[in-house]
Structures are given as C-alpha cells and as structure tokens.
Design a protein around this ligand. Sequence first.
Ligand code: AVI
Length: 320
Amino acid sequence: NVHTPALAKAHRFDEPTSVFARDVIHDLSRAPKRLSPKYFYDATGSELFEQITVLPEYYPTRTELSILRNRSRAISSIVPDGAALVEFGAGSTTKVRLLLGECRLGAYVPVDISGEFLNAQAQALRADYPGLAIHPVTADFTAAFELPEAVRDMPKVGFFPGSTLGNFEPGEACKFLKSARTILGKGARMVIGVDLEKDERTLYDAYNDTAGVTARFNLNVLHRINRELGGDFDVGAFIHRAVYNRDRHRIEMHLISKKALTAEVLGQKFSFRPGESIHTENSYKYSIDRFALLARVSGWSLLQSWTDEAGLFSVHALEA
Ligand code: AVI
C-alpha cells in the first residue's frame, strides 16, 4: 500500500511490486512523462496542502467552508433523520462538523486510506459529539468497499467535499460516482463539493501563490521519490508550472526541467531535455451544467446546487 510509511522508513528496494515504485517507473517511462497527484500526500505533502488551503490566493477551501456554513440548514435538509453519513476521503472533520449540528444522524462513517489519522479524527469527534455513532472504515475510497454492518439498514448519504473530484480525469470521476452509488445503494443521496470554472486570473493565481507553497507542494513529489525510492532527482533543477487549459477546463500542474539531466530511480535512468515536463496534476473546473451531466451519466440526478455569491465554488445534492 502506497500510504504505508514502512516503505519510506525501511527503504526496501526489494519491493518491485510496491504500487508507488511501479507507478513512478511506469509514468516516468511515458512520453510525455507524468506522475499521479495521489503521490503528493506523504506527511510533508499533506502538511503543505494544509498550508495551501489557507493561502490568500487559494479560494476553494474557504469558499466551500462558507457555503457549508451559510447553507448548512438547506444542505442538511437532504439528509434524512437516522441516516448514515459516509464521508469519502475523510481528511479532517472540519467540514462535517458544519453539518452535524443540523442533522440527526444515525451514524457517521468516515472512510480513508490512512487508518491512523482516521482513528485520531474519530476520537476527537467522539469527544465533541458523545451521542454520535462513528464507524471509521480504513479503505481506498476510489475502489469498492463494504459499509459497516451497523449502518446496513440506515438511509445513506455520501459526503465528498474539497473538490477532490476535480483531480480525477472525467472517466475516473464517472467511475467514482458510479462506485459511490453502488456502495451507498438504492435511494442514496450525496453532498459533493465541486470547484467552478471562472476567470483565468483567479484560477492562475490560486495555483501560483506568491509565497511559493504550491511550488513546494508540487516539487515535494520528487523529494518523496528520492526519499522513498532512493531516487537521485536534482530537485533544484526543476521548476513548478501551473497553467489553465481552457479547452479542457483544467488547471495543469507540471514540473519543468531547467536543463538536460538524468535521474535514476530504482536502477532505471530517466533523461530530461531542457524544458521537458512531468505532468503532475489536473484540477478540473466544472460549470453547474457540465457537473449535472457528469452526475447524470454516472447514475445520479441533481437535486440542488448551492454556490457562494461570487460563483467561485459549488456544493451539490445528488440522488441515486
Ligand atoms: C485536493 N485538490 C482539490 C487540490 C486542487 O485544487 O486541485 C490540490 C491542489 N493542487 C494544487 N493546489 C491544490
């Protein structure tokens, strides 16, 4: 499992099947080169992402929080009494806490690949909401997983804030929404946060902050390869580039090699031309209509959408 710190700690290069190693070798062997954005989030990357969420230029987190806060009653009204709220990729409990006051939940089911973090968060939530049944599930939420037996007969509501859906390719986003529908079952509902398409300047600035945190976040994936896979990337020879691709409705993040160089990872050599890119992330931006279409082809219908006044971000209620 790629999130298992054991790989990082032990530097076990004898694990050719480790998913991280396999993906890195495979993705750097492609033309053009790429790396999956899921590998941003080791301990350092997760900390850098936390810093991104409070940057003045990075509007998504604070805007989504404002929508959840200002519309908590309306949003919670789609959650039936006694429902199990299943949060996909429950990082921190900040967002769900905004809804808990307004819902009479049967249970809260946070699902995350990192069991340790999940259990710590659940513990803190239990202290603040002693009456709430919390059933954490350690699983990769993008794949099929079983809901706990205790919530089997409860109505289900999925919760997927953070616009993480935007980091999925459209096909993957559809696959995830279909899989969520299967996991949650017939008649389920879902509350999902989605970043909206907007003027290019705002988008550009959000991924090119003046403090350089996003650059460090992007470059950290090379440090991670060096740390965990014994790579020898000259990280200082790469620069962060984030551009908006209007035709494809997405911010693209790249790491650009400033010069001709070679990096070795697990005995494999990768050569870079000056200016060559590793494509590290896409962050898709939706219009309400394009999101409604994606939801529809994925087996959901759009019940309602909420946005902030400036129309920067959206929160949607879906029904299976
Ligand atoms: C987690 N995800 C929604 C962020 C985004 O905006 O796509 C990741 C991120 N990448 C650069 N800055 C933030």
